[in-house]
Design a protein around this ligand. Structure first.
Ligand code: PAF
Length: 268
């Protein structure tokens, strides 16, 4: 595996190879990241992984300084996983002017769901991902479903801006007790970690309710929030959204329309 730190060197290497799959990360790699790498290996001959802790996507008071930086260990894992290139630029390489004058501004979705609690986060993500796409010029890029809002925003960005990149969503890696794998799990105390699977259980209940045909999403959301609050959680949000767009889901209206059409026999 080659370790590349500069944009010029990466571009030189890129000219020498054909189809490339790309996995952007912020490092501190775990099994979830390695599952992204495996998916990338299925999609192209050469895999590029980037490691860059992107200041632009961290809000004030968030964990930019604390974020675990483990380049040596990460490089060894990626090398064993058969990655062709690890691209690890420093901040000056990606943001030579300190601030970034041109930014990629995602649509209103950036201010919803997680965006309500992390102003500017998705602008930072969309901006750095665009820069990395322009540098790596991948044919395919892999994103985990764990960060589903990020995946949806990147998918929309690539489609709307006609980037010639296939976005490959990869299932969330989970610990045996259901907890999603994340570098930030390291911040949890033993007691918090033990409570983690309760979130997965609450979300799974919502999913079961939908699959069973319950179209009262507000009720499903409320039940999940209540269950978590009873166990001591402070819940930011639980919302049922459309899986492709993350638009607010409106089965209740669809059900109502079905009822109007079929019970009152209004023609299509
Ligand atoms: O998901 C992440 O690790 C980051 O948001 C990403 C996509 C690497 C952009 O910094």
């Amino acid at each position: 595996m080659q370790l590349i730190h500069t944009i010029d060197d990466l571009r030189q290497w890129r000219k020498t190879v054909g189809r490339v799959a790309f996995v952007p990360t912020m490092g501190n790699l775990h099994e979830g990241h390695l599952a992204l790498v495996q998916a990338a290996k299925q999609a192209a001959d050469k895999v590029v992984v980037s490691i860059f802790v992107n200041r632009l996507q961290f809000g004030q008071g968030e964990d930019f300084d604390q974020y675990p930086r483990t380049l040596q260990e990460d490089a060894s894992k990626l090398s064993h996983a058969g990655v062709a290139v690890l691209f690890a630029p420093d901040e000056r390489e990606l943001y030579p002017h300190v601030s970034q004058d041109y930014n990629v501004m995602p649509p209103h979705l950036q201010n919803e769901l997680c965006g309500r609690f992390r102003p500017g986060h998705f602008r930072g993500v969309a901006t750095v991902v665009t820069k990395l796409f322009n540098i790596v010029a991948p044919d395919v890029a892999c994103f985990g479903k764990k960060d589903y809002q990020q995946l949806t925003i990147i998918r929309g960005m690539v489609a709307d801006l006609n980037a010639n990149i296939e976005i490959l969503p990869v299932d969330t890696g989970r610990a045996p007790d259901g907890m999603a794998l994340s570098s930030r799990n390291a911040y949890l105390t033993a007691a918090q970690r033990a409570q983690g699977p309760q979130l997965y259980a609450a979300l799974s209940q919502v999913a079961k309710g939908i699959v069973a045909g319950n179209g009262d999403y507000a009720e499903l959301e409320r039940a999940a929030i209540d269950a978590l609050q009873r166990q001591g959680w402070v819940v930011d949000y639980i919302e049922v959204r459309h899986a492709d767009t993350l638009a607010v889901a409106h089965v209740a209206i669809a059900t109502w329309w079905y009822w109007v059409q079929h019970v009152w026999a209004i023609p299509d």
